[in-house]
Design a protein around this ligand. Structure first.
Ligand SMILES: *Cc1c(COP(=O)(O)O)cnc(C)c1O
Length: 376
């Protein structure tokens, strides 16, 4: 119907990948559980649909802010939902209690707010240590004092000990090891469950797996490693971004193609135009040669990506016709390859998705689950 650009979401693949994450987590000493990270609208896969598709299996969900959490509660999600950056203002605290949300505590102002505005309901807090990421979290020196303060609050039910890796996706994991050592040393003897791993940590740093692991990218079937990695064989990409060829024409050698005339044909060339562009989230900086998958073959992107269209060289695929599908990423074409062609990471490509209608395949997806009241 209308413009052919579409993002197709395979919810069975999402469930498959969640099971892979569960298997990896179960191999930790803590017999870990998987908190499915569905922030940023589940990396553009649709947070509500993804959470509902995982509702009978997921141990919990993690989001970036209370707005995202309330969307999941409104859809009937009953599992724990974690606010990964915690709350931004004390005014959120009443809702954190009312909707039974878990929250990260990464800074003293959040502890002060909890002291000043005690919650009516018991709450689980995730106390974050900055073990070497240099972003949010208590320094190793401050950590125990913060833990003690929280532990003294009557409404604090549990404190999960938490940190986040800076370089878990690198093959040389020295920095990650140092972070882990720092975390283990500073939390030694503290009671409570532990959570350190994002996708890359969960796969690559077995000793860092804890009672709670927090994969995001992996669930969407994308390898968290920029270099080739065995995990790719086990994952199923959840999103396929595709559109159709809307024009084909033959142009002579020496003709410029696209804005800025950045690419000039070296030979008589069959140029195909695909109805997708940077307004849809396809990266404008994708280099000439970035692959596009058409009729079972890879063809090179040529010329600059426009707002609504891009051009490919079809010279070696004489059978391709107007109307044929072009896959920008998906099962046949890992998004990591496109990210490399564009000098970015798959996270950004997914999050930038825009304007494209999303279609769900796999399980039937209700708009919301039946629920009477929020209770965990
Ligand atoms: C986004 C996020 C994750 C998930 O990261 P992936 O690399 O997508 O697995 C885990 N933990 C925290 C704190 C995050 O912000």
């Amino acid at each position: 119907m209308g413009r052919p650009a579409t993002a197709t979401i395979n919810l069975d693949a999402l469930r498959h990948n969640y099971r892979i994450a569960q298997q990896l987590s179960a191999r930790s000493t803590g017999n870990g559980q998987v908190m499915a990270v569905v922030k940023a609208d589940a990396y553009s896969h649709g947070a509500t649909a993804c959470a509902i598709a995982l509702a009978d299996m997921a141990s919990g969900f993690a989001v970036a802010c209370i707005e995202e959490a309330l969307e999941l509660r409104a859809a009937g999600i009953k599992q724990p939902i974690l606010l990964l950056e915690g709350f931004f203002e004390p005014s959120e605290l009443a809702m954190i209690g009312q909707y039974r949300l878990d929250t990260v505590i990464h800074h003293q102002y959040q502890i002060d707010a909890l002291v000043a505005h005690p919650l009516d309901h018991p709450v689980r807090l995730w106390l974050k240590m900055d073990s070497g990421m240099g972003r949010v979290g208590f320094t190793p020196d401050e950590y125990r004092r913060a833990w003690g303060q929280l532990n003294g609050l009557s409404f604090v039910k549990d404190i999960v000990l938490m940190s986040h890796f800076a370089c878990a996706d690198e093959s040389d994991n020295d920095h990650a090891q140092q972070q882990l050592t720092m975390f283990n040393t500073c939390t030694h003897g503290l009671p409570g469950e532990r959570s350190f791993c994002n996708s890359a940590g969960l796969v690559a740093l077995k000793e860092a797996r804890g009672e709670w692991n927090r994969p995001g990218l992996l669930l969407y079937g994308v390898s968290p490693f920029p270099k080739a990695h065995g995990i790719e064989q086990n994952l199923k990409p959840v999103m396929e971004l595709s559109s159709a060829i809307i024009s084909i024409k033959e142009i002579p050698a020496g003709s410029p193609v696209g804005y800025g005339s950045q690419w000039i044909t070296q030979r008589p060339t069959r140029i195909g135009v695909v109805a997708i562009g940077y307004a849809d989230g396809y990266p404008r900086h994708a280099a000439n040669g970035t692959p596009v998958f058409i009729n079972g073959c890879r063809v090179p992107l040529v010329g600059r990506v426009s707002m609504d269209m891009l051009t490919v060289d079809l010279t070696d695929l004489p059978d391709v016709q107007i109307g044929d599908r072009a896959i920008l990423w998906g099962e046949e074409l890992p998004i990591n390859e496109v990210a490399q062609g564009a000098g970015t990471i798959p996270y950004q490509l997914l999050c930038n998705l825009n304007r494209v209608p999303v279609q769900y395949h796999g399980l039937p997806v209700p708009d919301r689950l039946d629920f009477d009241e929020v209770g965990i």
